[in-house]
Design a binder for this molecule. Sequence first.
Ligand code: ATP
Length: 344
Amino acid sequence: MVKKYRIGVLKGDGIGPEIVQATMDVLNALELDFEYVELYGGYEYFKKTGKVLQDDFFDVVKRLDAILKGPLYTPPHEKEFKSVNVLLRKELDLYANVRPFRSFKGFSLKDFNFIIIRENTEDLYLGLEGFYRGVALALKVISYEGAKRIAEFGFNYAKSNGFKRVTVVHKANILKVSDGLFRDVFFEVAKRYPELQADELIVDTAGYTIVKSPESLGVLVAPNLYGDILADVAAAVVGSLGLCGSAQIGEKMAVFEPVHGVALDIAGKGVANPIGELESAKLMLLYLSQKYSDYKLYEKALKLDVAVRKTVEELKVLTPDLGGDGKTIDVINSIIKLVQLSNA
Ligand code: ATP
């Protein structure tokens, strides 16, 4: 029997609702056998209800196969409002944050295809901060188990996606204990994957390499904070934050969302680039196709990929972040047309 997938949809804040709706329109054009379940949460939801997530959020999520998510806002000025993104990562144990960066012809600085795999649950993001004798302190937490499972994830990802090189990113020359553990565990795990090249880059050199010679990279495995920062550098090398998608994967659940944030400066104007969200949806199709050995979903992901690339690279239907004067709807209409042509 063909599996019917249950997909949670959390539209999010800022440009989230616009780009998630646009993405759903494209998914519908792909004629997928999906049942969508709308989920509620985020800053706007909090302002209306006083809650950051709907009461039964985690019960509903237990019955889903994946979540498609828009960005969620964390206001820096409201100290009491903690990041819902971080809460979801912790509660759902989404330990691997996978961010593919592939060049777009005519927009990217070079021709490349590399992945940043960011450990998503530890490091400074635990938010263990405080004052001690008037000095502000933050705890950087790296566990053996955390470092091991992200390294294993990185090598397995490289193996099943045709990458030959896996690089650990760290600052172990300075942080000899915490980053030292992350690095050492990586090389311990590497011994089990002799067919792959395992090497290392100090985080500053990693930033330089992403800009200077991204074509030399394969899979980068990084602790939480470095992975976060490097991903934005990588997005700039691709050409726009608006072009990049991501997957956050745990043992039981996976959440797909764009690399960019809520882009409040353009929210509601109809000019947000929907491609980061679409790339995330593509990663969701690939994830489900791999998990359930569903070749049909793999084909749909390829169709989506071809339509997105043709729209940007050849037809040049572009939103302002890419130098065009197109609206979100123009990009989506072009992609839908191409998808429908490939369905015929
Ligand atoms: P957050 O606090 O959620 O990280 P932010 O506004 O600080 O939000 P981003 O949302 O990542 O950070 O935006 C950074 C810049 O990139 C903004 O100028 C924004 O307009 C632009 N940008 C981000 N995403 C898109 C997109 N999808 N389309 C067009 N421009 C975008």
